[in-house]
Design a protein around this ligand. Structure first.
Ligand code: THU
Length: 134
């Protein structure tokens, strides 16, 4: 059922621009109305200016109209079950709920599924600012 999400993440990974790390990553996001948005990591010669596959996928999600995220898949060619970095966990949590499923993959498909709550407990949230997302 989530095979199409894995396929989208895997296809996105083929578009990676990662000449410095040589570590291709792909990510895909599904919304509750069935749309899929994907992305790859994009590196820059000034290293800190590069960004992750999850962030590219989130950009496509927002520009595509946003919505409710129900599932996320991440695949890295050279590492099975590559987990989103800390910054991407915070970015994903901006748009995903605690029950949103996060699929960790290898090159053949989904290996393990976690929830956002499991991968990002005690994250900083907007409650402390006295406001929800605009
Ligand atoms: N990377 C991602 O795209 N997503 C992750 O979840 C972990 C790391 C990228 C960033 C960088 O381009 C490369 O992997 C090596 O750190």
């Amino acid at each position: 059922m989530s095979k199409d999400l894995f396929d989208a993440a895997f296809a996105a990974m083929q578009k990676t621009h990662s000449p410095y790390s040589q570590f291709p990553v792909g990510a895909a996001i599904r919304t509750s109305d069935g749309r899929i948005f994907s992305g790859c990591n994009i590196e820059v010669v000034s290293y800190p200016e590069g960004w992750c596959a999850e962030t590219t996928a989130l950009s496509h999600f927002v520009m595509g109209g946003g919505g409710t995220i129900t599932e996320i898949a991440v695949v890295a060619e050279k590492k099975a079950k590559c987990t989103p970095c800390g910054g991407c966990r915070q970015r994903l949590a901006e748009f995903a709920g605690p029950e949103t499923r996060l699929h960790l993959c290898d090159n053949n498909g989904i290996v393990e599924t976690l929830t956002m709550r499991e991968i990002f407990p005690y994250g900083f949230d907007a409650e402390v600012l006295g406001k929800g997302a605009a």
